[in-house]
Design a protein around this ligand. Sequence first.
Ligand code: BGC
Length: 349
Amino acid sequence: MKALTVVPMQAGTAELSDVEEPPDSDGPVLVETIAIGICGTDAEIVSGRYGWAPPGKDRLVLGHESLGRVLEAPIGGAVAKDDLVVGIVRRPDPVPCSNCAVGEWDFCRNGQYTERGIKQHDGYLSERYRITPDFVVKVDPTLGLLGVLLEPTSVVAKAWEQVERIGNRAHWSPSSVVVTGAGPVGLLAALLGVQRGLEVHVIDQMVQGVKPELVRALGAEYHTGAISEARKNPDVIIECTGVGSLVFDAMEHIGPGGVVCLTGVSSGGRTLGIDAGDLNRSMVLENEVVVGSVNANRRHYEAAADALAKADRSWLERLISRRVPLQRWADALDRSPDDVKVVVEVAEH
Ligand code: BGC
């Protein structure tokens, strides 16, 4: 079967390879891949800046934002033939650490977790894959291709859970959120903010096009300026760009008792001049919190599946700005400024 593979940390090595059918040892659920979403992490892996091959191998099968159809599953299990499913990305570390031991692998403490399509575990961008039932999540069948948005939605479902758990350390009745970045993660974070009944503001650089349109279609406000101009003292800021200056801007402008959640995985190498004492004083005097959030566990995938099931289908459809057939996978990695989510289509749906 065909699979998109890459030699991690070596640019220019991505290719459509012929690989073996998935071994039975990968699990009793056989899934036919329908589509795979492409994100910044995939672009980083393909450009040789991130990623790890499975032990003993040179190449890694890419793809962690998946949607597939079950071809075979054990009778009487949680998933059955023809179900639309999404594979969970992370696997617990083998030790396991105290968090992985209780299914909170997104909080793995020793870094020995693996991630399908990213870290030491082949991904889902192959025509078929096998998996154990505990690592697949069923998608509302009426979502169809839109189910491919489940993995990025799980990442923001976790971010919102963190914000709410932290907020609830004291009386918590938030009214506003600023989201920085109108990429797929930012837009999905905004969707979840709207679903919570909050006043939602999204900041991005694009002056026109699909991003401002998508924000306004949610009933949220779109801004191209600074956080302080978008909304004074927001209760929540979800930072989805990983841009250092915005991270510090968020910390400076979060409202009293507010929570800044960082979700962008940035590359290093840039320094900023900041008045650390001033920032510290205001954060202490106003009980503000900055929290990093990565990945998602099963609970977050399930929350994401509920959020997508109740979202407006035509809005979700516009989030998928381009579909590329598997043979033309390279076009999917060639991103234009107006792209939101680009997906590689592997099979008919
Ligand atoms: C994925 C996460 C993953 C993270 C770090 C993101 O693109 O969505 O599941 O944990 O990269 O590897």
